[in-house]
Each structure stands twice: as C-alpha cells, then as structure tokens.
Design a protein around this ligand. Structure first.
Ligand SMILES: [Zn+2]
Length: 274
C-alpha cells in the first residue's frame, strides 16, 4: 500500500492549535518557573513575530522542497524505511522515529558549530521559557536547516505522509516541552524516560554550559540515553537564558533578529567574534 497522502492541513492545524491554546492556558494556572522576568504579553508578541518570519521561510522554502523530495523518495522506494518493512503503517513509524533522531543530531550541530550557534542562540536567549519559546526560531536558522531536512527525508526514506505526521508530532512536542506547565513530579519522573518534558528541556535552557550540553532531543528520550546526554535534576528551576544576554534589553525584537550577524558575547558580557 502506498501512503502518498498527507495529514490534512485543517487536522494538523486543529491538533497543533489546540495544544498551543491548552498549554498557554495551563501554564498560567500550573506554573513551573516563576516569577517571570518579562511582561508576558510583550514576550509572547515578540516571539510570535520572530516565529511568523520563520513560518514564512518554512512555507515558501522548506515545505515545497520537502514535499517534492518525499514524493520522489516514496515513488522510488529510496532510503532506510522501505528496506526495513513492507508494511505501510510501520514504514511511517520507522520514518518518524528516524526523522526525530536526525533532528537530535541537527540540534547538537546547532550548539557545536559556531556559525549555527549564532542562529540557535536567538532561541536560547529567551529570558522566560514558555509555550511561545517553542516557536521562537530565527528565520535564518530555518533557512540554513533546509538542506539538512531534505537530506533527512532522503536518507530516512520518508513519504509525504510520514513527513506530515512527524511535523505535527514535533510541533506538539516542542510546544509541550518548552511550556511553563508544572506537571506532578511523579508523572514527569516517568514521562521523561520516554519523551522530552518541561522540566527535562528546562535543564537544556539553563545558563550553565553543562546543562546546555544535555537533553538535545525534541521528541523521544532514547536518543539522549543512547549518547549519554540525558540529564535529570529535580531542584528548583533557576535562571534560563545564556550568560552575556541576561537583561531584557538584550532580547528585544530588533536585537534578536540582528543577533546572528553581530559579534557574540562571552559570559562576562564582552563581545567575541566566532
Ligand atoms: Zn538548544
């Protein structure tokens, strides 16, 4: 059976939009990290503008190219998934899991390659970690990630259906694990063994380097376990953000958009060229 369809746009929008609204409301009622360092309306509005620009790049560049590659891959049975199983549903599951692993590797690269870190830094300097941080990615990061995404789809052997399932689950996952929702600790202690959770990903957003170098997964926790980068702490959530960018004036819309093209700051606040 060929799975040459995609999840309908309205269905994906309903799932992702529903998750975003639910998390946005929940995090005001069961707050994990408090007090906030910026006004919530200003913070959310700024992140929506940054996300909107990234969304334009995704819609104009990534989505059409990814769709084209996925159709070609499916028509010619290329990549890993078609060679693992002949069962259509299993192929989708295998492809989604491998796409998730590909994103884990990409996330590591965005931290380790200085020219990529310039772009990913825009996401990390957010002073308050919440649902809107999940979509705070510089449009440049989206643009430079396109070749990686296309290569992922080709190597994994991802059909258009698998791509659409992965994108939908990914969006829900990143909204969830960036959210400021306080889950019962007992629940999260177990859940983080399976998937990225708010406390677990909050550790990745701490300002200490050892924390930045952990919990890179955007979905399944198995990739961090596999690479020894899973880190769990149950103490109170301290400062998020990046040393050198800890003041509200460092994260304004204008500065955030210009950030990748400026000299970077070291923890002391001095500028450094990478
Ligand atoms: Zn990161």
């Amino acid at each position: 059976m060929r799975s040459d369809t995609e999840l309908p746009g309205w269905f994906r929008g309903m799932l992702v939009g529903g998750a975003a609204i639910a998390l946005f409301i929940l995090e005001t009622r069961q707050t994990l990290r408090a007090p906030r360092r910026e006004d919530r309306a200003i913070h959310t509005g700024r992140n929506l503008v940054i996300a909107g620009l990234a969304g334009v790049v995704m819609n104009l560049v990534e989505t059409p190219l990814l769709r084209r590659v996925a159709r070609h891959v499916e028509a010619n049975e290329l990549g890993i998934a078609p060679h693992v199983t002949r069962h259509a549903a299993l192929r989708v599951i295998v492809a989604v899991a491998l796409l998730d692993y590909g994103l884990y590797i990409w996330h590591v690269l965005t931290h380790k390659l200085p020219w990529l870190w310039r772009f990913h830094l825009v996401h990390h300097i957010d002073l308050d970690l919440d649902t809107s941080t999940a979509i705070r990615f510089h449009f440049g990061e989206m643009l430079v990630s396109v070749p990686w995404r296309l290569a992922q789809a080709r190597v994994v052997g991802s059909s258009p259906l698998a791509v659409s399932v992965w994108q939908t689950l990914l969006l829900i996952s990143i909204l969830f694990h960036h959210s400021n929702v306080r889950l019962p600790l007992g629940v999260e202690r177990w859940l983080r063994l399976l998937v990225a959770t708010p406390r677990l990903h909050g550790i990745h957003h701490r300002s200490e380097q050892s924390c930045l170098d952990s919990n890179w997964t955007s979905g399944l926790s198995v990739w961090d376990f596999l690479h020894g980068t899973h880190r769990w702490r149950e103490d109170e959530q301290p400062l998020t953000g990046v040393p050198g960018y800890q003041e509200p004036r460092d994260v304004t819309l204008k500065r955030s958009l210009a950030l990748p093209f400026r000299a970077m700051r070291c923890p002391s606040g001095d500028s450094v060229n990478l």
